[in-house]
Design a binder for this molecule. Structure first.
Ligand SMILES: *Cc1c(COP(=O)(O)O)cnc(C)c1O
Length: 379
């Protein structure tokens, strides 16, 4: 028997397709009682009982003061900027999902891209000051892959220059730092509960905010600007989360600890198996408190083939890894004309985008699958 046959014998599911992620779904029967409640109450949306319960339950689970639920994370980002009346220019990272920068354009704000730190792949605080102009009003960093930004350094700059900080915390559900939620940092933090995220409500999102007054303004903004039946105070949007999504969130919360624990095991297994694979670099092991929302590897020059060739090789083996984040946001047509989008301004982001590959990680991924994936990478 040849070596490759031996491998197939050990990992028989080699033809099964594996995606970069798979949404976590609790057993369907557990959701039926929630639906019965909605059918009985006939309250489908507009801040109904499940919406209220989930806001409270998430505050308790995450350890934050106030949460406003949204229909998705992008509307939450757009609304967060409105809530703080952010205008002019906002400093942000090109190494993210497009929604980060899109939320700025939707508010008529000019994104100013600043390079990332090559080790953490988060916005590099030491490069922020040089990008500040009289038009700068805020910084919008991203806790990329759920790994906390250098929040102290960012806050210090914001305090010195009187800037707001809005974290795109779409990846950072449940992430702690020094024993408290990383979502407590910044003026606001925005979560996504999209199907692909660690905690999903099919679609969904939230703004975490420190004070009741801001939460009230956000609640008006996500409901057309209505304060009461006859009073509209702002050109608000319809950003409300429905009762079905909120009810599903309540059910998901009962499963989330186990789901996060399984991600931790998979992360550990990848690191063990990849330790001896030359040319493949994992990001530094995360603190125990982070959420393993992604498993990025960096394909370095001493790996036998290019990152894109590895991506294709895995696809040929029915393994759908993803090049998050390639292309950089700053390379898309609506951004590439900005002076800050110039490649020479963003060397670390460029390098990361050309090396990164996110490997499959999700609670239902079996150890055998991880072995099969690493086996394909170990050329
Ligand atoms: C998923 C994501 C968003 C958008 O969230 P949606 O809920 O899909 O609208 C924004 N920013 C980042 C970094 C994301 O990964």
């Amino acid at each position: 028997m040849s070596a490759s046959n031996a491998v197939r014998a050990v990992y028989p599911a080699a033809d099964e397709r594996i995606y970069v992620t798979q949404p976590y779904l609790p057993p369907l029967r557990e959701f039926i009682p929630y639906l019965e409640k909605i059918w009985n109450s006939k309250t489908l949306t507009n801040g109904g009982p499940f919406h209220q319960q989930l806001e409270k339950a998430l505050c308790d689970y995450l350890g934050v003061e106030h949460i406003a639920l949204f229909a998705n994370g992008t509307l939450a980002l757009v609304t967060a900027l409105q809530a703080l009346r952010v205008t002019g220019e906002v400093i942000t990272t090109p190494y993210t999902f497009v929604a980060t920068a899109h939320s700025l354009l939707w508010n008529g704000i000019k994104p100013v891209f600043v390079d990332i730190d090559p080790d953490t792949l988060n916005l590099d605080p030491s490069k922020i000051e040089a990008a500040i102009t009289p038009q700068t009003t805020a910084i919008m960093p991203v806790h990329c892959y759920g790994r906390p930004c250098n929040v102290e350094a960012i806050q210090k700059i914001a305090d010195n220059y009187n800037l707001k900080v809005i974290y795109d915390a779409a990846h950072a559900f449940g992430v702690q730092r020094d024993g408290s939620s990383v979502l407590r940092w910044g003026d606001l933090a925005v979560l996504s509960f999209h199907a692909t995220k660690v905690f999903n409500t099919f679609e969904g999102g939230a703004i975490v905010c420190p004070d009741a007054r801001t939460k009230q303004r956000i609640d008006h903004l996500k409901n057309f600007g209505f304060v009461d039946e006859v009073t509209v105070v702002a050109p608000g949007i319809n950003g409300k989360m429905s009762e079905v999504n909120a009810a599903f969130g309540m059910l998901q919360l009962q499963h989330i600890d186990r789901a996060l624990e399984r991600r931790k095991e998979i992360d550990r297994l990848y690191r063990t198996l990849l330790a001896d694979v030359k040319g493949v670099r994992c990001l530094n092991p995360e603190e125990d408190s982070t959420n393993r929302s992604y498993f990025p590897i960096l394909v370095e020059p001493d790996y036998p083939i290019s990152r894109d060739a590895l991506y294709q090789h895995l696809r040929d083996e029915n393994i759908h890894a993803r090049r998050y984040f390639y292309p950089l946001v700053s390379d898309f047509p609506m951004y590439r004309g900005l002076p800050s989008a110039n490649a020479s301004n963003l060397p670390n982001a460029k390098a990361a985008a050309s090396k990164v590959l996110c490997l499959p990680i999700y609670p239902d991924l079996a150890d055998d699958d991880v072995h099969r994936i690493v086996n394909c990478i170990d050329l």
